[in-house]
Design a protein around this ligand. Structure first.
Ligand code: GUN
Length: 284
């Protein structure tokens, strides 16, 4: 038996069609969600992510704006722009694409965004709400992963989830979301001594390390669900995940591909968060 492949792009398409309809209905009520994306410099991967976000917003009929600034933009200039966007009633969601150039303090920028417009879910207030299981903006990649698991009826409660990677954007929050869903969660990272033995215990494996094909079938318990968050470009230009797809698919019961897996879901959840922000703002 080989794994059922979870195509995030297909789920994303279904959700985007639903959101397109929701936007039409919201506009009838005078609610017009708007996302503003700020891109500093010309990091090639960031440019490509940002353009994916703009295209997805256009597709569902959501108003979006890209503010592109040179790499030399100062921290003060960026903070002043954020202040302006915080005060602009037309803007519902603000996303500052990371990473930022070294001369800008990323944490300061994240904390400058009004939590009610923080559609990335990176502000400490929103992280705190996520940790205490309150309604908030969930960070987009973890939110996308959780949605993929739920829409495929994959049991989470009582299962052992192993998260490989502890970044603020993916690893830490996905572990927390799985804990909120009553999984038993183990985090593995670069200092973990017995990673293979731990991963072999997992019913659900989330791999977010950024190393091409690091996890092969020998790590995976028969029947586990494996979510591959990695996007690695090989020397020949092809994209590959952190998971060795061919060997893992012989062990797993569910597996996400790269590309067409988690990536399209991340963007979709950003749109969902922006709609949520607009509804919240209209109720104020
Ligand atoms: N860079 C890589 N992933 C993300 C993300 O989810 N949000 C932002 N703002 N920057 C990123």
């Amino acid at each position: 038996m080989t794994a059922t492949i979870i195509y995030g792009n297909q789920l994303a398409e279904t959700l985007r069609v639903e959101m397109k309809e929701e936007i039409v209905n919201l506009k009838r009520k005078g609610i017009d969600p708007k996302l503003t994306v700020v891109l500093i410099g010309d990091h090639p991967a960031s440019k490509s992510y940002v353009s994916g976000k703009q295209k997805a917003a256009d597709y569902i009929g959501m108003d979006s704006e890209l503010i592109q600034l040179p790499a030399e933009t100062t921290e003060a200039e960026l903070l002043s722009l954020i202040d302006q966007l915080n005060q602009d009633p037309a803007v519902d969601g603000i996303l500052v694409q990371l990473p930022l150039p070294d001369h800008i303090n990323e944490q300061l920028v994240i904390e400058a965004i009004n939590p009610s417009k923080d559609v990335d879910g990176f502000h400490p207030i929103n992280i705190g709400k996520m940790m205490t299981n309150q309604d908030t903006f969930l960070p987009c990649t973890p939110y996308g992963i959780l949605t993929m698991l739920k829409l495929n009826d994959i049991d989470i409660a009582g299962k052992h989830a192993v998260v490989i990677g502890r970044s603020n954007i993916v690893g830490k929050p996905i572990g927390q979301l799985l804990l909120n869903e009553n999984a038993t969660v183990t985090y593995c990272h670069s200092k973990t001594a017995n990673m293979k033995e731990l991963v072999q215990l997992a019913d659900i494996v989330i791999v977010a390390v950024g190393r091409a094909r690091m996890i092969d079938g020998s790590y995976i318990k028969k029947g586990a669900t494996v979510i591959d968050v990695g996007i690695n470009r090989l020397d020949d230009g092809t994209l590959t995940g952190d998971v060795d797809f061919d060997s893992v698919k012989e062990q797993a019961s569910y597996l996400t591909p790269v590309p067409k897996g988690v990536g399209p879901m991340t963007i979709t959840m950003l749109l969902k968060n922006t709609i949520k922000a607009a509804i919240n703002h209209a109720q104020k």
